[in-house]
Design a protein around this ligand. Structure first.
Ligand code: NI
Length: 227
């Protein structure tokens, strides 16, 4: 399931983040890439433990916490600490790859299995040319370029790339989620069920059937979740 999460960040949060980024120092993205990715990864990142990165990370994690669909769609067990990257100038693309399956959080050393990859767009699409996140599924491609503050989440198994940025700068926050539900198909079923229950309750209020369906949802969670 590839899912667009709208308005994860408010306009006020976005401008605070842009303010923080104004004084930030960038480093070559390939420094943190595996051997294969290093040859196709040409972007810049904030260092993991820099002041601006810690500040932005806190704002992003708080925003994810309150987003109604993020929890339901990812059922997070662990979130790899979000980072920020930049594409533009000479450092402007990332070729086709599948993200590493296991990441080690630099601060805690905790292993995170990357069930779900997330990109949160920080720059408005009009601020740069190119920079689409492109998903390759069998023989079709999907191009994604979202408004600032919106996010895309997709299975970690997805082959993807970032098209070259030919004008301006593409800024984004990226991170991974290890889900309590490892299988994509099960996670998608749970998400669809949860969303339908929410819409039924909005339309008709609570009744014995919505209560029963909610019970079914939780009983499925009990079967499929590892905590
Ligand atoms: Ni990637």
């Amino acid at each position: 399931m590839i899912l667009h999460l709208k308005q994860v960040l408010t306009p006020a949060e976005l401008s605070s983040i842009h303010e923080v980024l104004r004084g930030a120092e960038w480093q070559a993205g390939r420094d943190s890439a595996g051997a294969q990715a290093a040859s196709i990864k040409n972007n810049e990142q904030l260092s993991h433990q820099s002041g601006p990165m810690i500040d932005i990370r806190q704002r992003v994690l708080a925003a994810l916490d309150r987003h109604p669909e993020f929890f339901s769609a990812t059922l997070p067990r662990r979130v790899f600490p979000p980072r920020v990257n930049r594409y533009g100038g000479e450092s402007n693309f990332f070729g086709n790859h599948v993200d590493n399956a296991i990441r080690f959080a630099p601060d805690t050393g905790l292993r995170v299995r990357t069930d779900i990859s997330c990109t949160l767009f920080l720059a408005e699409p009009s601020a740069y040319e190119g920079g689409e996140l492109i998903f390759q599924e069998s023989n079709t491609q999907r191009h994604v370029k979202l408004p600032a503050g919106d996010a895309i989440i997709y299975p970690g198994t997805t082959l993807h790339r970032v098209a070259p940025v030919t004008r301006g700068y593409r800024l984004a926050c990226f991170f991974w989620v290890e889900s309590m539900v490892r299988e994509n198909d099960r996670r998608q079923l749970l998400f669809e069920l949860d969303r339908s229950i929410v819409r039924l309750r909005e339309a008709y209020g609570d009744n014995e059937h919505s209560v029963a369906l909610t019970g079914t949802y939780h009983n499925l969670l009990r079967q499929w979740c590892d905590t």
